[in-house]
Write a protein that binds this ligand. Structure first.
Ligand code: ADP
Ligand code: MG
Length: 247
């Protein structure tokens, strides 16, 4: 049984001007995600990935179709890591995490997440003093801390240098292994996606549809082995040459 069921018939952006220019972002997209599955969405820039995450998060309800999360969509808790970390500059690292709680923040959980993400030492520091990789790690903690029904991540490692991206990726991966959650992760980096995902969903240019849905069967303990990732990638591209032109 799927934890998340997405069925979009149509998502069209309208300019709202007199000429009413329209842009159909999504035409017919069906996707089911299992409980605690880690799914990566891959597709060219502008294909509609952020649009889809915003719809799942409930930030955009102007579409035809339905999205069901868990058993009670109305009360679903959504964790969202945006492409930009969106930290509040006047709050410390710890306050940036605590701010998402209406009631008393869970101090022990926040302590544990800060330790797992190697940020305990900077929890009283303001965001401007952090590297981009550290800011991204704070945004990831903030999303995990509410124990969401679904965790949405929109290219959270974009514009990091390769070693920083790998470090944050490995930290995220071990965090997710210790605290399994259902994840939809947008990426345009095939190696990164193979290292993280249970399943890869390749998306077309607009109007967006699913081109292929491919399981990643590399054992968990081998996910930071670059040779395994590279071998999987080469096999994938030889089996599905259309993917080459997409990313
Ligand atoms: P991606 O995240 O895959 O790069 P987006 O979801 O941001 O793509 O955008 C998908 C398409 O929808 C693009 O062609 C973009 O120009 C268009 N689009 C995005 N947001 C809006 C908007 N608010 N109004 C009109 N068109 C938009
Ligand atoms: Mg985007």
């Amino acid at each position: 049984m799927n934890d998340i069921t997405i069925s979009i018939q149509d998502k069209t952006y309208r300019s709202g001007h007199l000429d009413d220019r329209q842009h159909q972002a999504i035409a017919d997209l069906q996707l089911g995600v299992g409980r605690n599955e880690f799914v990566c969405l891959l597709g060219p820039s502008g294909c509609g990935k952020t649009t889809l995450l915003n719809m799942i998060a409930g930030l955009d309800s102007h579409y035809q179709g339905h999205i069901r999360i868990g058993s009670q969509a109305a009360t679903a808790k959504i964790g969202y890591v945006f492409q930009n970390p969106r930290l509040l500059p006047w709050y410390t690292v710890r306050q940036n995490i605590e701010v998402v709680f209406a009631q008393t923040p869970p101090a022990a959980l926040i302590d544990a997440l800060l330790a797992d993400m190697q940020l305990s030492d900077v929890q009283q520091v303001y965001p401007e003093r952090l590297s981009l990789g550290m800011q991204r790690r704070v945004a990831i903690i903030r999303a995990f801390a509410i124990n969401p029904d679904i965790l949405l991540m929109d290219e959270p490692f974009v514009s990091l240098d390769a070693p920083s991206a790998r470090q944050v990726r490995n930290l995220l991966y071990s965090l997710w292994q210790q605290r399994p959650h259902t994840v939809l992760f947008v990426s345009h980096d095939l190696r990164e996606a193979i290292a993280l995902a249970d399943r890869l969903i390749f998306l077309s240019p607009p109007p967006m549809r699913i081109i292929s849905d491919i399981p990643v069967n590399i054992p968990r303990e081998l996910r930071n082995d670059e040779a395994q990732i590279e071998a999987f990638r080469e096999h994938l591209l030889s089996q599905h040459p259309a993917i080459n032109g997409l990313l």
